[in-house]
Design a protein around this ligand. Structure first.
Ligand SMILES: *Cc1c(COP(=O)(O)O)cnc(C)c1O
Length: 419
């Protein structure tokens, strides 16, 4: 792709973009004077689809009209409501429907998955994470270690090499080949929240399984961003949230994947509630627990319908467009963003995200010299919404659903002026 550093070029790309109509289906936040923000934080909280209100309103109306009967009488009956999300969610992450369910929130789901998939023994108990794992994931694995009588020190960190920002998968291979007999679990962020690096999940699964370690993936920054092909990757489990790239609203429910190879293993230890009990006999009440097959077998409670309605609004849109078209635009849009930033002649900033489109999603992480936070502040004052991540990175995510080539062009022109 030959890019040009002009507004005309950016506008021409928008004109030729078959997905540009989608931007109009979102609420774009504005400043007090009514100017659109340049919103680059879909990696943190995706924008609100205009349709979301109707989807939630439908459930409020059905609740008003039917009360408890809405479980069966609502337009979208609440009893099986989560099932309406499964097919579309499975497509987004490249899974089979039996492997996916929407439930709870991300960190909760990681814990529930570790109940089943972190089964340490006296000699094989350590957990591998990336050195720059998201804090919640780190706290989760540390607390699991302590819960099982081990120590926080039993976390093994997969670190970038000295002087480098990114992870090298050969180093994971070395860790596992040298220490694999002591490692019970690899829990890795599929797309790193800080650097935006997208790791090869299939290779991670092969490395982990070569020493009988369980492999779990946090896809918080992957779902709706890259196409992780979870089923084919062979990882044992994964979890993600839906309020980032999946535009489902603050604190909305998360997604969970358990590979088909575990779907019918009723002996896997797990926590139970009525919602992972066989749905045919769930309401017979005095039944011994009979776990459901597949990812649904990790649910506990009947889920919040209003949150699911917001997720449905978003997933219906993803289904209409398809990840393939989104990814195609995303590569082009982020490529343009990278091209423009690289044209700025300044050593105050450096992109640390991989330049290979196969090793990243839409996010670019811009490292700022001397951790100068004022640059982020100035961007915000100019209506450019990005986020600052300690110690020294501004994360910017042009999202193919609603960001335009013009957004990217305008953002970088202002950035250049500030530098
Ligand atoms: C966003 C994010 C979380 C947030 O967890 P919640 O339980 O949804 O609050 C956790 N881990 C990663 C890697 C994230 O990016």
């Amino acid at each position: 792709m030959k890019y040009q550093n002009t507004l005309q070029f950016a506008q021409q790309q928008d004109k030729e973009d078959k997905l540009s109509y989608l931007r109009n289906r979102f609420h774009i936040p504005k400043d007090k004077k009514g100017n659109n923000w340049l919103y680059f934080t879909g990696n943190s909280l995706g924008l609100q689809p205009k349709a979301t209100k109707e989807y939630i309103q439908q459930e409020l109306d059905d609740w008003a009209n039917y009360g408890v009967e809405g479980h069966f009488e609502a337009k979208n009956p609440w009893m099986p409501y989560h099932e309406f999300l499964t097919g579309n969610m499975a497509k987004i992450v490249g899974a089979k429907p039996i492997e996916v369910v929407v439930m709870n929130t991300l960190t909760t789901n990681l814990h529930l998955l570790m109940v089943s998939f972190y089964r340490p023994t006296k000699t094989k108990y350590k957990i591998v994470i990336e050195s720059d794992a998201f804090p919640s994931d780190r706290y989760a694995v540390q607390s699991q270690l302590k819960f099982h009588g081990f120590s926080e020190e039993d976390v093994i960190e997969w670190k970038p090499r000295k002087g480098e920002e990114l992870l090298n998968i050969d180093d994971l291979e070395t860790i596992v080949s040298e220490q694999g007999d002591e490692i019970a679990l690899l829990l890795i962020g599929g797309v790193n929240y800080y650097t935006g690096q997208y790791l090869n999940l299939k290779r991670i699964a092969e490395i982990g399984h070569s020493k009988d370690c369980v492999v779990g993936i946090d896809l918080a920054h992957g779902a709706g961003n890259i196409s992780p092909e979870l089923h084919n990757s062979g990882v044992d489990f994964a979890a993600w949230c839906t309020y980032k790239y999946l535009n489902s609203g603050p604190g909305s429910l998360g997604g969970l994947f358990v590979h088909e190879k575990h779907a019918h293993n009723k002996d896997l230890p797990r926590f139970a509630g009525w919602w992972n009990h066989n749905k045919e006999t769930r309401f017979n009440m005095r039944q011994p627990f009979d776990v459901m097959a597949g990812a649904e077998g990790w649910q506990l409670s009947n889920p919040p319908i209003l949150s699911m309605a917001a997720i449905k609004a978003s997933l219906d849109m993803f289904d209409e467009v398809g990840m393939e078209a989104l990814r195609k635009k995303s590569e082009k849009l982020t490529g343009y963003f990278e091209f423009l930033i690289n044209q700025i002649d300044s050593d105050d900033i450096k992109i640390i995200t991989p330049s290979n489109p196969k090793e990243r999603g839409c996010q670019l992480s811009i490292q700022v010299k001397n951790a100068n936070k004022s640059l982020h502040k100035k961007l915000t004052e100019n209506n450019i919404i990005t986020d600052w991540r300690e110690p020294d990175v501004i994360r910017c995510a042009p999202v193919p659903m609603y960001n335009s080539f013009e957004d990217v062009y305008r953002m970088v022109s202002i950035l250049k002026g500030l530098l």
